[in-house]
Unconditional design. Structure first.
Length: 651
């Protein structure tokens, strides 16, 4: 606070003290404003600034937004809008633009005349970004003058905003460097992460043009223009393309409506897969847990397709398609823009506004019904697909009932190969799912039988990406997993029935092991998703090498990477040049004896495991569709691109 202020007015001193108190609050609790100080929070800084430029574009004053990552992970965002007002603010006695960048909650845009729609931090974003930056430079062109101000160390400034030149252009440019003392983990941006979000924003705001470039490496400049006149229609097409899915009909169905100050739009398309993907947004914010807009859409879709079936006598009396039937193979975007969004739930990922459900529901019912009547061929295809899903659901139900009857008749319903644990408290229990009989044998002998259960897998694996649920019920490899976990699958999934707190996949560190891991993860993702979002799924990390010197137990080290192996070799040599170090490479779990397996991979005191998390269900869906789908090219591309990331599993 003892900054050397270049001010002539006592007001400015007081002002800066007040300002810095506000920004200091942000620096003390960054998580409250941007969620975290990890990579996610870091990228959030960019979104906050871009959001302001998008608001300006939506207000109709800006046609292009440029986003650059510069050397040293400096971000530059530029727009050709009106430019943030630079006049002296009536009560704060400093430039309005300075107010926007230094006063928390200046986002109300000075009350009145602001935008009808605001997302993100509702405009407080600019000052939050400034508070969390090592430095930030703001340039505003107002058609006459170029105004400039520099901030440093989280919003401090030595000089007020000043004119540095003349111009006939208008617009705002913001350049900033995230503060490494706040973002301790990393201040390096991931191009793909920013690209994904910028592209999403370009889809959601039809016509807005965003030019995004990575200029960090002069030899490898990457640039992308994101500009979609078709808006969310093109979003749906994009989701089909990236997943290499085959659409059912050629064009995307699009409906929209207005009610007062609110707008709603829906784009949808079917494909020949069995999965549904609905992404919903409120004021451009992804509502990961859905909410009233999504419910309204789903209700309408079910009603319309049933009504269509009745009207054309395609449904027998009393026959009814359920939501899951009409959503099989559906890709849809639901986007609403409201004056005031209420976000609910622990992660604020669900839209709560009750009036939105009937608004979306009625709009979609009316317009989609019209569409289907005007496009009978498309309508018939959608209906037939839904009916096929319904028939499969009934077949699955029969299979399930048979499975249930069978298990009720068998005295012990748990799978025969399961070596269960004695403890029942799921806070403490864990199950190792192990591929291969020899590894299974070692694991059974090496485990702590009080709380560790072992389930060896055998038989032919089903590629669940290409199977409906009825196939799972008949699969000899997956059913033991289902019965051992106790939760059932799909609609019947019940996490309260889970028999083990940790579900640990243990497979070899080779190609086959990786295949079985992927298949099991896909299975959990498609049929037991809450298991993943709840954080119950883990991947065991067996060591790659055993490094030892002589026979003493004291001189044995297990290495999980080549670097670690070399480090242990040096450590055990202890500067004695001639000493012999033994390095054993484990080709598979089966090579380890029970004791080694326990020490290195299963002992809770010593093991390392990866917890599988689901940061982004959309990305995960894309990954699984690519990894397990029919198309070879995208799979190879994905694997090549991501090979370096193997080891951290964040689907
Ligand atoms: C690179 C980031 O922030 N552009 C931007 C911001 C504003 C305006 C124009 C703007 C808004 C209004 C009137 C209004 C903002 N202004 C304010 C505030 N790009 C970027 N472009 N004139 C210009 O809302 O009425 C906050 S953001 F509060 F000063 F009006």
């Amino acid at each position: 606070m003892s900054e050397n202020l270049n001010t002539k007015n006592q007001n400015y001193d007081e002002n800066q003290i007040q300002v810095l108190e506000g920004l200091e609050a942000v620096r003390k609790r960054p998580g409250m404003y941007i969620g975290s100080t990890g990579p996610k929070g870091l990228h959030h800084l960019v979104y906050e600034i871009v959001d302001n430029a998008i608001d300006e574009a939506l207000a109709g004053y800006c046609s292009q937004i440029t986003v650059d990552i510069l050397e040293g992970d400096v971000i530059r965002v530029s727009d050709n809008g009106r430019g943030i007002p630079t006049g002296i603010h009536p009560t704060e006695k400093i430039s309005a633009a300075t107010v926007v960048y230094t006063i928390l909650h200046a986002g109300g845009k000075f009350g009145g005349g602001g935008y009808k729609v605001a997302g993100g931090l509702h405009g407080v974003g600019a000052s939050v970004v400034n508070a969390l930056s090592e430095w930030l430079e703001l340039t505003v062109k107002d058609g006459k003058n170029i105004h400039f101000q520099r901030f440093h160390n989280g919003g401090h400034y030595d000089e007020q905003m000043k004119i540095i030149g003349e111009t006939t252009e208008t617009g705002t440019t913001v350049m900033f460097k995230a503060d490494p003392t706040i973002f301790e983990e990393t201040t390096v941006y991931e191009y793909d992460v920013l690209l994904r979000r910028l592209r999403e924003q370009a889809f959601l705001n039809a016509g807005v043009k965003i030019v995004f470039s990575d200029l960090r490496n002069k030899d490898e400049i990457v640039s992308e223009t994101l500009h979609y006149e078709g808006g969310i229609r093109q979003f749906v097409e994009h989701l089909h393309n990236t997943r290499e899915l085959t659409p059912l009909a050629e064009e995307v169905i699009y409906v929209s409506g207005v009610q007062g100050d609110s707008t709603a739009e829906v784009a949808l398309m079917y494909n020949d897969s069995y999965n549904e993907l609905i992404l919903s947004f409120a004021n451009n914010i992804h509502t990961t847990d859905g909410g009233t807009h999504e419910t309204g859409f789903k209700n309408a879709l079910t009603k319309v397709i049933n009504e269509y079936g009745k009207k054309f006598n395609l449904l027998k009396d009393g026959e009814k398609l359920l939501g899951d039937d009409v959503r099989e193979g559906l890709t849809a975007i639901v986007s609403v823009k409201l004056t005031d969004c209420e976000f609910e739930g622990q992660t604020k990922g669900r839209l709560g506004n009750p009036e939105v459900r009937p608004f979306v529901e009625n709009m979609v019912m009316e317009k989609l019904m019209n569409y289907l009547e005007e496009n009978p061929a498309v309508a018939r295809e959608i209906f037939d697909k839904s009916q096929a899903a319904q028939r499969a659901r009934e077949a699955a139900k029969r299979a399930r009932d048979t499975a249930r009857r069978k298990s009720a008749m068998e005295s012990a319903s748990l799978p025969g190969k399961l070596a269960d644990c004695s403890e029942r408290d799921i806070e403490r229990t864990e199950i190792y799912i192990v591929e291969g009989d020899s590894a299974g044998g070692s694991a059974k002998q090496g485990r702590d039988r009080r709380y560790q259960a072992i389930l060896p897998l055998w038989g032919k694996m089903l590629n669940v990406e290409k199977a409906r649920i009825d196939k799972v019920y008949g699969n000899e490899k997956l059913m033991p997993v289902v019965t051992a976990l106790g939760t059932s699958i799909g609609e019947d999934f019940d996490i309260t029935k889970l028999r083990y707190g940790k579900v640990i996949i243990m497979a070899d560190a080779d190609v086959d092991g990786s295949h079985i891991r992927t298949l099991l993860l896909t299975f959990f993702f498609r049929f037991m998703r809450p298991l993943i979002s709840n954080g119950n799924v883990y991947i065991a990390q067996p060591p790659l090498y055993k490094v030892s010197r002589g026979k003493s137990e004291k001189n044995v080290r297990y290495a999980f990477s080549d670097e670690e192996r070399d480090k242990y070799i040096d450590e055990l040599k202890d500067n004695n040049e001639n000493v012999k170090i033994d390095v054993q490479r484990y080709k598979g779990l089966g090579e380890m004896d029970p004791e080694q397996l326990w020490e290195t991979t299963m002992d809770p005191e010593r093991r390392t495991m990866l917890r599988v998390t689901m940061e982004d269900a959309v990305k995960a869906d894309e990954i699984f569709t690519i990894l397990m789908g029919d198309k070879v090219m995208p799979r190879r591309e994905f694997i090549e691109k991501n090979a370096k990331y193997v080891g951290e599993l964040d689907i």
